[in-house]
Design a protein around this ligand. Sequence first.
Ligand code: NAD
Ligand code: TDX
Length: 338
Amino acid sequence: MNVMVTGGCGFIGSNLVKWLRKNRPSWKVVNYDKLTYAGNLENFKELENDPNHVFVKGDIGNRELVDHVIRSHKIDAIMHLAAESHVDRSILGPEAFIVTNVLGTNVLLEAARHAKLNRFLMVSTDEVYGSLGPTGFFTETTPLDPSSPYSSSKASADLITLAYEHTFGLDVVVTRCSNNYGPFQFPEKLIPLMVVNALHDRPLPVYGDGTNVRDWLHVDDHCSALVTALEKGKKGGVYNIGGNSERQNIQIVKAILGLVGKPESLIKHVTDRLGHDKRYAIDATKMKTELGWAPSHVFEKALAETVKWYVDNRPWWERVMSGEYKKYFDTQYSARLS
Ligand code: NAD
Ligand code: TDX
């Protein structure tokens, strides 16, 4: 099996590539990534001399290069993770989200269709469903109702993928997962951002009152779910993936402060995110009953391990936070924190 992983140098992609090399050692993994600010080849030190991990630097919008990679590596399936992934950046500038998430996905689908690939796994998100009130869960039949430029671009890609199955008969599977946490997450997202700020004794910027709820899943559980969906999912199937771990943002921030031994006085409630979704909660029954998948990590324990990873891997995040990140941090937070 030769699999092309797009976005394989990002947070989930790099964990997935390593998961595949460990658990599917006979597969060749072609890691196709543009290396935006979020992509990092340093995530692969242990795979440096691995002949079954091939890195190709490329944009998913480059049809010629995508075709070439599919042909030359005899690709059987694509696991499509490449995306602009941060909601706050999509509010500051939506265009890159449309270009990569919508148009780029379409380029890949066209390439997959013409190459007659066996399977195209579209890694979508629970954010395509929009926001929930205090009760209820998203199921696979919940109507899509995205709110941010990010989630709208993901919903577009998700639906276009399903249209390729319906219209052209391409074998696609779509997964919609909740918030991931774990090692190698870029420190613009809630958990690593708060750990890094706490370690620097900087204020922890909680949007609004901090009662927004997310359902958290360890990245390794997401990886095992993606491979399960790739191997066993039904053609044209949509699968929700979640961790049964709903938490308010403020609970997470306080837990992080406790884990690194810093005072809660570092918490600063700041101007809310525009259009901030209140609550996400996933019903992942279909993954369990149809495909036999269930998460294995327990949130509090795995959060403590994750926080420890950031404490122990300071040079990794110091390097990724130099350069472009500084500009983003100032634009996003300087008015909020002053
Ligand atoms: P990330 O931002 O950490 O990584 C994205 C990767 O895609 C980077 O390596 C980047 O270089 C690459 N990339 C961006 N634009 C590209 C382009 N035009 N061509 C090729 N490569 C490009 O993102 P992540 O958090 O790892 O998320 C991966 C996928 O999972 C995304 O599709 C995201 O929507 C989805 N997802 C993420 C979460 C989460 O909690 N992080 C939850 C559900 C779904
Ligand atoms: O500084 C912050 N302060 C804050 O209160 C940041 C960065 C976030 N938050 C809040 C906003 C959200 O309610 O924390 C929550 C989580 O925020 P993010 O880490 O930005 O994640 P979210 O917006 O929920 O989206 C994530 O989950 C779904 C990923 O970034 C997406 O790629 C994925 O599709």
